[in-house]
Design a protein around this ligand. Structure first.
Ligand code: LYS
Length: 310
């Protein structure tokens, strides 16, 4: 679609390091929005705000089921889910600038529901990340919800209606078979078991090393199949810290800048991309590195939205 809905999410409550809430402004100020409008010719639907959702924050938010800030993350993602849903329902491509990766509970649930209603089908999710983010509250060592979004989105972790994530309904979830990972290299023991037990399709850095990113993308997109709507959720920590140092949980041995852009380019070329999240840029972590990380993030967004080298 030529219409682009942009949601800027200044939320960092899915983990403990402040700073990711400043990422949307840093990305926008570095010229991203103008590039999308002027160079890539999107008509932009943007309310001009960075949403901090302050009015949704509970006064008291004790741990629950081992989760940190469960009510805050629940309230923010529920609200974000309807914002994203409204854009996607109206046929717009949805770009969400995070924020930490817990916000994907909101974005993916929003597009999944809209695509079901609009096209009568289930979308696929490509999760590009150093981490699998598929801990359940019980398997997580950290209790940080940014390590759990996939377990809620797939229904591996479920809650009853009266509990924080009880608002997530079947039509907002995705099946495990429609999920593909790229870039994994730091997966917790409990997560490995979840991935194995559920037969989740995952291309780790080992696969990128063995086959090259070209073949990995052929296999990833082949698994998803043609004409399946795709939501791309891109954690900037998938890139090697050499290219993206300013992020909360950096892991060495990651994707190069070009491999990251290539993933985005290939997904764009399918013509099936319906939404993109760019998350975990944290401009406050490295005084001099932030600019590099912001630039890398902008580049990935442009590639996913159709920018080409020639
Ligand atoms: N697996 C770890 C956890 O659950 C790290 C997650 C990092 C997410 N960016 O906390």
């Amino acid at each position: 679609p030529n219409e682009l809905g942009l949601v800027a999410v200044g939320f960092s409550g899915g983990q403990c390091k402040p700073g990711t809430e400043a990422a949307p402004m840093a990305l926008i100020e570095s010229g991203l929005v103008d590039q999308l409008k002027d160079d890539l010719k999107y008509s932009l639907y943007y309310d001009g705000k960075v949403h901090a959702y302050g009015e949704l924050m509970p006064d008291d938010d004790p741990d629950y089921r081992n989760m940190k800030k469960p009510r805050a993350v629940s309230a923010v993602t529920k609200q974000l889910s309807s914002q994203v849903y409204e854009h996607a329902r109206d046929g717009r491509f949805v770009l969400t600038l995070g924020g930490d990766h817990s916000i994907a509970i909101g974005t993916i649930s929003g597009t999944a529901k809209a695509i079901r209603e609009r096209l009568g089908r289930e979308m696929a999710v490509i999760w590009v990340d150093a981490h699998a983010d598929i801990n359940t509250p019980e398997t997580s060592d950290s209790g940080n919800i940014h390590g759990m979004p996939v377990s809620f989105l797939t229904g591996l972790a479920k809650e009853s209606e009266d509990k924080p994530f009880g608002w997530l309904k079947e039509e907002q979830r995705i099946s495990v078979s429609k999920l593909v990972y790229i870039g994994l290299r730091d997966v917790d023991r409990g997560e490995k078991k979840i991935l194995r037990d559920n037969g989740v399709k995952a291309f780790s850095m080992h696969d990128v090393d063995r086959h090259g990113i070209g073949k990995v993308m052929d296999m990833a997109l082949g698994w998803i199949g043609r004409d399946t709507p795709i939501h791309l959720s891109f954690d900037v920590d998938a890139l090697d810290p050499m290219w993206a140092p300013s992020t909360g949980t950096p892991v060495r041995g990651g994707l190069t800048l070009r491999e990251g852009d290539f993933i985005a380019e290939c997904v764009h070329e399918t013509g099936s991309l319906v939404a993109l999240d760019l998350v975990e840029v944290n401009p406050s972590l490295e005084e001099h590195g932030a600019q590099e990380t912001v630039r890398a993030g902008c580049s990935i967004v442009r590639c996913a939205l159709g920018d080409t080298l020639l």
